[in-house]
Design a protein around this ligand. Sequence first.
Ligand code: GRF
Length: 187
Amino acid sequence: MVKVKTCVFISGRGSNLKNLILCSREKNFPIKINLVIYNNKNCEGVNFAKKYMIPFKFVNTKFKKSENEILKELKKYNISFICLAGYMKIIPSKIINKYKNKIINIHPSLLPKYKGLDTFARVLKNKEKKTGCTVHYVNNKLDDGGIIVKKSFFIKSNDSVISLKYKTQNLEYRAYPEAIIKVFSNI
Ligand code: GRF
């Protein structure tokens, strides 16, 4: 099976990156991670790229020229699919247009509810019954775009921001690979 050349964009801990790397090493998983792009010098997640010998590239997204740098890097590695995994920056339209329907993201809420940051605190404040995570296509609007997979769980009365984050991330490790399989089984 020819695997789809994929780049993962990260800014932080990279636990989803690690999970995707491990999945992508499975024989029948549709993607291979050929590149990791990160925009935060202190990003721990880049260590997973190093550990698993995946090329990685730091891009300073404070500068507009970073758009072209990213595109150049994606071209260099022949990337045709992008997974955002805790990437704390809006993707410029130039990249979105070049990779139409080829960029997906994981978000820690049941979209379309709770777009943006601090999802767990907001979910608790609003006394929601359920929360979870969503994998969706990326378009020009924040945390928008077609939903691929959504997974949820019931919130308990003793849940906190920390416990919700823990439970949500554990769901994410199932949701993201499932979404990728779904994307490529529809093609
Ligand atoms: C995840 O919770 C994801 O939903 C959000 O950022 C977090 C990244 O975590 N977009 P990690 O860096 O993969 O551990």
